[in-house]
Design a protein around this ligand. Structure first.
Ligand SMILES: [Zn+2]
Length: 381
């Protein structure tokens, strides 16, 4: 009898163990089907993912989120096969950005930017940095691999200096990745916020160079009164404007906390010479990097308009939230923290994110590999 009892207990345990195993198998299978669905379609875009802060890397996080949601940028990036796959070499910044943006587009948790900081040579992630400096650094580094991506941002400008005495014109071409605009009002007014439109008009206005500012003229072989004028020969698809909030004062830098009015639509003239009629180029604001704090440090966040649903989102490292409805309807944003602005050309094609099956096979494989690694990492944790 005792033998039968033992066998009954053993049998029950075996059945229970088999049931448990079957349940585990079923759950695992269901998860695999769900994961496959997640893998093959971009994640729910109404909730974008944030980026983990490594210490003081909020400047980089804000910038990367602006680029991820920059019209055309991510699709061009995803269609590019990095040079180290074609010729022997180490993976560069384009490959690291592709992997990060795959995580932002298809992943489930805020990814780390460690491989990006390594690739950019950022040794001290606890050191606060300037977002404009790292925008130029990042885009130049991308440009070493892909001229097409770099070209999205290149602003072709001309500086024309005309001698008042002999009328000789000196043309100085200048290519830039961002346009720095002064936010100091020519006529001080304490009530109104200085507009980006006024700052642009001031920048493009002809200025007289007299007194201490006289220019040396080759033809006159002496310093002469002159006029100085900037104009745009070629405007980029993505126009980056820097509001000059830092100025040298006495013996050190100080930050200007002036309120600036940032229009959602901006008209920028483009001309091939000063005499010719300028073509008006329309731009739409889609991203603002805000800097809170002073010269010694602070915090960066980004405010971005998604080209997918036309809503504004607030990106604060790993936290992302939708901005309240009323703010989406404003045609001007007034801010004392706006620092780096991104506009896209109104006539430029605004795509949706490409589906996985629209990408080349290199990218499809990279998506699978990146997500597999990500899942293994989650499993190990
Ligand atoms: Zn002269």
């Amino acid at each position: 009898m005792r033998g039968w009892g033992r066998m009954w207990i053993f049998g029950s345990c075996a059945v229970l163990a088999l049931l448990c195993l079957y349940q585990c198998y079923r759950k695992r299978k269901q998860r695999k089907i769900l994961d496959a669905k997640l893998r093959n379609s971009p994640r729910n875009r109404s909730a974008y993912l944030g980026l983990r802060n490594q210490g003081s890397t909020c400047y980089l996080n804000s910038l990367l989120q602006c680029l991820f949601l920059a019209p055309n940028f991510t699709n061009i990036l995803f269609n590019y096969i990095p040079s180290h796959f074609r010729i022997w070499g180490q993976p560069g910044i384009v490959y690291q950005l592709q992997k990060l943006f795959i995580n932002l587009q298809y992943g489930r948790t805020a990814p780390s930017t460690q491989e990006i900081t390594d690739s950019l040579g950022i040794n001290n992630v606890h050191q606060p940095q300037d977002v404009e400096k790292y925008f130029r650094h990042l885009v130049n580094k991308i440009g070493e691999e892909s001229g097409e991506i770099l070209q999205l941002f290149v602003l072709d400008m001309v500086h024309c200096i005309r001698c008042e005495r002999c009328d000789k014109k000196t043309i100085l071409p200048n290519c830039m990745l961002s346009l720095p605009l002064s936010i100091q009002q020519p006529h001080s007014s304490l009530t109104d916020a200085f507009s980006v439109k006024d700052a642009l008009d001031n920048f493009l206005k002809q200025k007289e160079l007299t007194g201490e500012n006289k220019c040396y003229c080759d033809l006159c072989e002496s310093k002469q009164d002159a006029s100085s004028l900037f104009y745009f020969k070629y405007l980029p698809k993505i126009l980056v404007i820097i509001l000059k909030r830092y100025e040298f004062y006495n013996t050190s830098f100080r930050k200007l906390h002036d309120k600036v009015s940032v229009p959602c639509e901006l008209t920028v003239p483009q001309s091939s010479s000063t005499e010719e009629n300028a073509i008006q180029c329309m731009y739409n604001l889609f991203a603002i990097c805000h800097h809170h704090g002073g010269v010694r440090g602070g915090h960066y966040v980004a405010e971005i308009n998604s080209f997918e649903d036309n809503h504004w989102y607030h990106f604060n490292d790993a936290a992302v939230c939708k901005i309240i409805e009323e703010e989406n309807l404003l045609d001007t944003k007034i801010s004392d923290t706006a620092y780096l602005l991104m506009y896209h050309q109104q006539n430029a094609h605004i795509p949706s994110f490409l589906e996985k099956n629209q990408l080349n096979s290199y990218m499809q494989n990279l998506i699978d590999e990146t997500l597999r690694r990500c899942e293994n990492h989650i499993f190990l944790v």
